[in-house]
Design a protein around this ligand. Structure first.
Ligand SMILES: C[S@@+](CC[C@H](N)C(=O)[O-])C[C@H]1O[C@@H](n2cnc3c(N)ncnc32)[C@H](O)[C@@H]1O
Length: 153
């Protein structure tokens, strides 16, 4: 089972499109947890994802509860990427079936979602800075997870 990315209620279509393109190019699934802040056919999403969208394995889930029920049934670990993470991502041991959950641009994830993740990881940042763009954070962490699990094509 390959790694996957999941986006929690994404706000910005271009970021989601960029991650959809990355998921197609890197051969991982993309799960979008609704409600998103943009419609399915959003022009910004299509522009950022380009023709790669046709190759991306995108699954939409109606809510976090629906997504979480599905992933538990699949027996997949939920790894939350968060600025409040305890483990630096380079020291975390990824597994091939992990789902890497990214928070929304405006607010990350609520406390309940934070608590239901199996692990919380962080990209350590320079003092005085708050967070990376979600697509950039996703790319960095996915790259490390693919490297560790031998998942690159
Ligand atoms: C713009 S940030 C959200 C900022 C929000 N105010 C917060 O503190 O969660 C959007 C998402 O990108 C990811 N992200 C950004 N910087 C990160 C970092 N340094 N470590 C891990 N994930 C990060 C997280 O998934 C985060 O929820």
């Amino acid at each position: 089972m390959p790694l996957a990315l999941a986006l929690y209620e994404p706000d910005i279509a271009q970021n989601a499109g960029t991650l959809a393109r990355a998921s197609a190019c890197l051969g991982v699934g993309l799960h979008i947890i609704e409600p998103a802040g943009f419609p399915v056919g959003d022009a910004g999403f299509r522009r950022a994802g380009m023709d790669y969208l046709d190759r991306a394995a995108i699954t939409r889930h109606a809510s976090f509860a629906a997504f979480d029920a599905w992933r538990r049934e699949e027996g997949r670990r939920l790894v939350l990427c968060t600025t409040r993470g305890a483990s630096p991502y380079t020291r975390f041991a990824f597994a091939p079936e992990d789902i890497l959950l990214l928070g929304r641009e405006s607010a990350g994830v609520p406390e309940a979602v934070h608590g239901s993740a199996d692990a919380r990881i962080v990209i350590p940042l320079a003092e005085g800075t708050r967070s990376l763009n979600v697509a950039l954070a996703g790319a960095m962490i996915l790259g490390e997870a693919l490297r560790q699990t031998g998942g690159f094509a």
